[in-house]
Design a protein around this ligand. Structure first.
Ligand SMILES: C[S@@+](CC[C@H](N)C(=O)[O-])C[C@H]1O[C@@H](n2cnc3c(N)ncnc32)[C@H](O)[C@@H]1O
Length: 270
C-alpha cells in the first residue's frame, strides 16, 4: 500500500464487496496479486462468466455477435477454465487458442477441453506481453470478462489487432463502468464513487485480493480507435428474458433492470 492509499467503496462482480484500497499501479505487483487470486480461487467466487453468456444478463444466443464460427480461427484472451472455447469448439471453430495469466486456469482449461475431445493451443502469459502468438492469423479474438484486468489497455488492443487478419473481429465483454459506481441501498440506487475515477485499487473478494481499475467507456472506445478498430455494435441492455428466467430478487438483478451491468463490444480490424 503506497503513501497515497485511501479507502473507498467498491463493487466487484455482482455486488459491493466492502472497501477498496487505492494503490499505485505496478504491473508486476498487479500480475502477482491477480494470478495468485486465480491460481487459488479460479472463477468460483465471481461465477462462471463464459459463452453463451457475456455476463449475467447478456447472451450470445440473443445478440448473435459471433454469428457463424464454423471453420474460423478463434483466440480467447483470459480464457479461464476453457468453457467459452468449448462452446466455440462445439460449433466447429477450426482452431481454438487461449491465453491466460494463471497457470492453474490454463491447466484446468487444458483438462476440460481434452475431456470434451477438443484440441486447443493454450498459453500462460499476461495479455499485455508478447507470448509468441501468430500475427495476421485469427478470424476472431474475443474476451469474456477478462480485458479489464490488463494493466495496459492501449498496448493490449494493439497486440490484439496484430493477431487478427484484416477485417477480423474483436468481441469483448466487461463490467459496465456505471455499474461499478452504483450500489443498491434501502431500495435505492446510490452513486458511491466518481465515474471518472480510473485510479487503481485492491479489494478483497472472498478470501483473496484482486487489483484493478475501473475505466470509463470512452477510454475503451478511444483505445479501440487508436488500435485501428471500427466499432460495429455495442450491447448494454440487460436481457428481459434472462432476468425473468433467473427469477432473481437480488440487489444485482434489481440494478440490472435500471442500468447496464455489462457491456459488450464488437469491433473490426481495418
Ligand atoms: C473472469 S475470468 C474469465 C473467465 C473466462 N471467460 C472463462 O470462460 O472461464 C478472468 C480471467 O482473466 C485472467 N487474467 C487476469 N489478468 C490477466 C492478464 N493480465 N492477462 C491474461 N489473463 C488475465 C484470469 O486468470 C482469469 O482466468
Amino acid at each position: 500500500m503506497g503513501e497515497n492509499s485511501v479507502y473507498k467503496p467498491n463493487i466487484i462482480g455482482a455486488g459491493e464487496v466492502g472497501c477498496a484500497i487505492s494503490v499505485d499501479m505496478n504491473k508486476n505487483v498487479v500480475h502477482e496479486t491477480n494470478s495468485s487470486y486465480w491460481n487459488t480461487y479460479g472463477n468460483e467466487f465471481l461465477g462462471a462468466i463464459s459463452l453463451p453468456l457475456f455476463g449475467a444478463f447478456v447472451s450470445e444466443e440473443k445478440c448473435q455477435l459471433f454469428g457463424e464460427v464454423s471453420g474460423r480461427k478463434m483466440l480467447e484472451i483470459g480464457c479461464g477454465s476453457g468453457q467459452s472455447l468449448q462452446y466455440l469448439g462445439e460449433r466447429n471453430a477450426a482452431e481454438l487458442w487461449g491465453v491466460d495469466l494463471s497457470k492453474q486456469q490454463i491447466e484446468k482449461a487444458a483438462q476440460h477441453l481434452e475431456s470434451c475431445g477438443l484440441a486447443a493451443n493454450l498459453i500462460c502469459s499476461p495479455m499485455e506481453e508478447d507470448c509468441g502468438l501468430p500475427v495476421d492469423y485469427f478470424d476472431c479474438v474475443y474476451s469474456i470478462y477478462a480485458i479489464g484486468w490488463t494493466t495496459d489497455l492501449e498496448g493490449t488492443f494493439s497486440r490484439i489487432a496484430s493477431y487478427l487478419k484484416r477485417d477480423g473481429v474483436f468481441i469483448f465483454s466487461w463490467s459496465h463502468p456505471v455499474h461499478k459506481c452504483v450500489a443498491a441501498e434501502d431500495n435505492k440506487l446510490v452513486f458511491k464513487k466518481s465515474y471518472f475515477d480510473e485510479s487503481w485499487y485492491s479489494a478483497a473478494l472472498g478470501e483473496g485480493t484482486l487489483t484493478l481499475s475501473d475505466r470509463k467507456l470512452s477510454t475503451y472506445v478511444n483505445a479501440l480507435a487508436d488500435a485501428g478498430f471500427v466499432i460495429e455494435q455495442m450491447v448494454e441492455e440487460s436481457d428481459a428474458e434472462l432476468m425473468q428466467a433467473r427469477d432473481d430478487s437480488s440487489d444485482f438483478a434489481a440494478k440490472a433492470k435500471m442500468l447496464p451491468v455489462t457491456f459488450v463490444v464488437k469491433a473490426r480490424k481495418r
